[in-house]
Design a protein around this ligand. Structure first.
Ligand code: ADP
Ligand code: MG
Ligand code: MG
Length: 883
């Protein structure tokens, strides 16, 4: 097999289609080279080799060494410089690059190929000793950090001292001699910390760096990132080795990062940051404050330092041309890294730019309108779950705010929470259910788990393209970065700003859309659903086949659901209505009654209340189907606990407290979830379901009369396992319907169906469909009963199960397609055989999960039902599933 693929100098062994093989970075470098953009020559060692590397126990077989030699010869041929040549050395960068960009991977090593001899050659050849020694000291520092894994603090300290000694603040003020002295010191540090001298053989340097990249694939950081992002360990990483170009060659050189459109708002404007006389990571690492790319952006920000457009108009013009070429070629917004070496522009990376949900929507809709992509592509461009960011509240513009300071609006959305100063604390508190804001001077890949756990992120340093900003946008966490007036004392767990102090645990609010940081928790308002959001939703609705309903049980939920585009209610649970304080006493009286007469007396009192519940819901949903599930939870959940509660019920029922307590003890269950619940309640106490059915039909007839748009109640019987259960319960419901219709002199349309949430029901769906007029897959219970896993107890072990690959994802979040999915397929098929066109839906938590929705589309269900806030996510996911 071939492991090495070349690019640059008119050669491209690969292209953008080869991401799996070459990693994203390598594939796009080859692609850019092939469309004629200026890319320093190099080669990629493929991801295939990553597995070989681990199989070989971290050794490099001769075959690979030969291929790498050929790759180096390619770079030498194009550049005319030789690797290790003392007179005019070729320097390279060694860059990791997985399929998906992964902040957990090894950092890049720049300037590799420098040693005590070649540094002199570089100095002589470039006629700039300062640049050569700056490159060498950077190389030692990076190599010591990422390859040798020595404590980088020692090197940073030495650099700080070197500057302080001279009274300098910037790296660029250090002279060639200062840097030469620093190199000596660095080499001493390496020998002290590593026990061996800094490697002088350039080939040893190269293989050390290559090994470090492959080794970093199994680092803890990388593993955490893979787990959070569902990236399989089998993918492996590639390694890119590329000729260096230098942004640190003086004032006509620079390095920068850019987006072809605004990644935060999505506006069609070039967007980026750059630094003159700097190298690689300087921009993102926040070493100096980066300058803006465009004049407009500089003016908007009120910044003084010249933009690239002003400082280097010619190169800027070229760069803008490259942006357009790339956007037209990739037909997507690109995130770009570039370097200018003595006014010559070099492209070092391009990839689809990470963006906020707001920007994703705007860019997708704009590009479709520009004709760059089709509407279908626009639909596919927006990650359904990302909409979550937009569907949630933002800060109430009229709410009082106690503004502490302002930073950069790095990732939009508002968040409030208790302040924590390190990632571990964030994770721990979040696990205890506390909303936290993670506050850091700046973030690094080590903080990812804490950023994930936090509601929002605040940093004192770093620009719009800093680590914190990029990662937060990717995760959909609000982020304010670069709030420079904050002084953070991580050890003392306190931050200070303008004479005020914020301690760990204090409440803080950040607004990632404005950059404001506020003391306390600030009120929020509902999101705006028009504009690009509305447009994309309309497009999605045009292509999707699945209907989308909501799980809603209050008029308010129903209103939100309708606003979000729900086409009915897929699950209206009735139990919470029983818990309401005004009626719980009657409910308890009903449950604890010793005979039917006692129960009926209590139910009589509940009927008007229940009718009112349904009237309000059916009014909001007029004209649409509403699936109402009859009482489902174990009776024992309603039992009184307190002495006073028993007394109240006893009075209402006219019996003594002791009898009542005895009755309550009789109702105790060992395993309530598999106990006296669901249709078992209806079978034993049919009068409960009779009352509920009456309430539903009386309400429905009233609403039909008043509104004209008749509601369509679908009465749903829970936890059915057998045909006979459903037959008995349907008879109760039908009888109640007939009674109400006769009473009111008006008939309405309705259905009686069942939940399929037990494996037996799925298997016997053929005969159950003889009675049931619709099925709704209750995938929460179906998952519990199929896997034999209690959802409420699963947290203790499910994490380990997912980690060890027993289940690919949490089966309560995303349907276990193989097991639970097969039962659904069987039930759908058998149900349809008996009753062609039987209405099929899903109402578990899974109804709002895009992967599960794709499964529902495949099985051909009629609708999914999700919580109101998930309705737009489901609409988009359903459209994507249909394409
Ligand atoms: P990351 O994946 O963390 O972005 P990269 O491999 O892209 O790491 O390298 C980071 C930065 O290092 C690049 O943006 C670029 O500025 C610099 N860099 C990498 N390779 C070269 C090179 N051959 N010449 C000049 N600069 C380089
Ligand atoms: Mg990069
Ligand atoms: Mg259930």
């Amino acid at each position: 097999t071939q492991y090495v693929y070349r690019f640059g100098g008119g050669v491209s062994d690969g292209g953008k289609g080869d991401k799996n093989l070459l990693g994203g970075k390598g594939a796009n470098l080859a692609e850019m080279a092939s469309i004629g953009l200026p890319v320093p020559p190099g080669f990629t060692i493929s991801t295939d080799f990553c597995a070989v590397y681990y199989d070989e126990g971290g050794q490099f077989p001769q075959g690979l060494r030969d291929e790498v030699a050929t790759g180096l010869a390619h770079i030498e041929g194009v550049t005319g410089k030789m690797f290790g040549d003392a007179a005019d050395p070729l320097l390279v960068s060694v860059r990791s690059g997985a399929r998906a960009s992964m902040p957990g991977m090894m950092d890049t090593v720049l300037n590799l190929g420098l040693n005590d001899e070649t540094v002199e050659g570089l100095a002589a050849k470039s006629e700039d000793a300062r640049f050569a020694w700056d490159s060498y000291r950077r190389f030692i520092q990076m190599y010591a950090d990422v390859v040798l894994e020595l404590d980088h603090g020692a090197f940073e300290e030495a650099l700080e001292i070197a500057k302080e000694d001279q009274g300098f603040t910037l790296d660029t003020e250090l002279s060639a001699d200062d840097l030469r002295a620093l190199v000596t010191e660095y080499k001493g540090l390496v020998e002290k910390l590593w026990g061996k001298p800094f490697p002088q053989d350039v080939h040893d340097q190269l293989w050390g760096a290559v090994g470090a990249v492959f080794g970093s694939w199994q680092s803890e950081r990388a593993k955490v990132y893979r787990r959070l992002n569902d990236i399989p360990a089998s993918w492996g990483t590639a390694v890119n080795i590329q000729a260096m170009v230098f942004g640190n060659m003086g004032d006509t050189s620079a390095t920068g990062v850019a987006f072809t459109r605004d990644p935060s708002k999505g506006d069609r404007a070039y967007y980026g940051e750059f630094l003159i006389n700097a190298q690689g990571e300087d921009v993102v690492a926040g070493i100096r404050t980066p300058q803006y790319l465009t004049k407009v952006a500089r003016e908007d920000a009120g910044a003084k330092a010249a933009s690239m457009e002003e400082a280097m108009p010619e190169v800027y013009g070229q760069l803008a041309g490259v942006f357009d070429t790339l956007e037209n070629h990739y037909r997507d917004m690109q995130d770009i890294e570039f370097t200018v070496e003595k006014t010559k522009l070099w492209m070092l990376q391009t990839r689809a730019g990470k963006r906020t949900a707001k920007a994703a929507l705007k860019i997708a809709v704009d590009m479709a309108n520009e004709g760059l992509i089709t509407r279908e592509e626009a639909i596919l461009r927006v990650e359904p779950m990302a909409l979550d960011q937009l569907l949630h509240p933002t800060l109430d513009p009229n709410a009082k705010r106690d503004v502490l300071t302002k930073g950069l609006p790095a990732s939009p959305g508002a968040a409030s929470g208790a302040v924590v100063f390190d990632a571990d604390a964030a994770e721990k508190k979040a696990a205890d259910g506390v909303a936290v804001i993670l506050v850091r001077t700046e973030t690094s890949p080590d903080d990812i788990h804490g950023m994930h756990a936090a509601r929002g992120i605040l940093t004192a340093r770093g620009g719009m393209t800093s680590h914190a900003a990029v990662v937060a946008r990717g995760m959909g966490r609000p982020c304010v970065s670069g709030a420079g007036t904050l002084s953070i004392d991580t050890k003392a767990k306190i931050m200070r700003c303008g004479g005020r102090e914020v301690k760990e645990g204090d409440l803080l609010t950040i607004d990632g859309s404005t950059g404001e940081v506020m003391i306390g928790a600030v009120a929020t308002v509902q999101p705006e659903l028009s504009g690009d959001f509305g447009t994309l939703m309309t497009w999605a609705d045009e292509v999707r086949r699945l209907k989308v309903r909501a799980n809603a049980e209050t008029p308010e939920d129903c209103r939100v659901a309708r606003e979000f585009g729900a086409e009915g209610v897929g699950l209206c649970r009735t139990e919470h209505m029983f818990f309401e304080s005004s009626r719980i006493t009657n409910v308890r009286q009903m449950i604890l009654a010793s005979d039917e007469k006692g129960r009926r007396a209590a139910l009589e009192k509940l009927l008007p209340e229940q009718r009112k519940d349904f009237t309000e819901i059916l009014e909001v949903m007029a004209g649409l189907p509403v699936t109402i599930r009859l009482l489902d939870p174990p009776l024992h959940e309603f039992l009184p606990h307190e002495e006073s509660e028993f007394a109240e019920v006893a009075t209402a029922a006219g019996i003594d407290v002791d009898t009542l307590k005895r009755r309550a003890a009789e109702l105790h269950e060992f395993n309530p979830m598999l106990g006296h619940r669901g249709c078992r309640l209806g079978v034993t106490y049919p009068e409960i379901y009779e009352m509920q059915a009456r309430a539903i039909f009386e309400a429905a007839v009233d609403v039909a009369e008043k509104s004209g748009a008749a509601p369509i109640p679908e009465v749903m019987i829970p936890l059915v396992a057998t045909r006979r259960e459903l037959e008995l319960m349907k008879a109760v419901v039908d009888k109640a319907a007939q009674a109400v219709f006769a009473d009111k002199g008006r008939t309405i349309e309705y259905l009686v169906g069942t939940m399929i949430e037990l494996p037996r029901a799925a298997l016997r769906a053929g005969e159950i469909a003889e009675v049931g007029e619709f099925f709704s897959f209750g995938t929460n219970d179906l998952t519990q009963t199929t896997l034999g896993v209690s959802r409420d107890d699963a947290a203790r072990f499910l994490g380990a199960y997912v980690e060890q690959g027993i289940y690919a994802k949490d089966p309560f979040v995303s349907i276990d397609v193989e097991g639970v999915g097969e039962l659904i397929e069987i039930a759908a098929e058998r149900g349809r055989k008996t009753r062609s066109g039987i209405k099929l839906g899903i109402c578990g938590e899974h109804g709002g999960d895009p992967a599960s929705i794709a499964f529902c589309e495949k099985v051909g269900l009629d609708y999914v039902s999700a919580s109101p806030y998930r309705v737009p996510i489901a609409r988009l996911a359903a459209a994507q599933a249909a394409l």
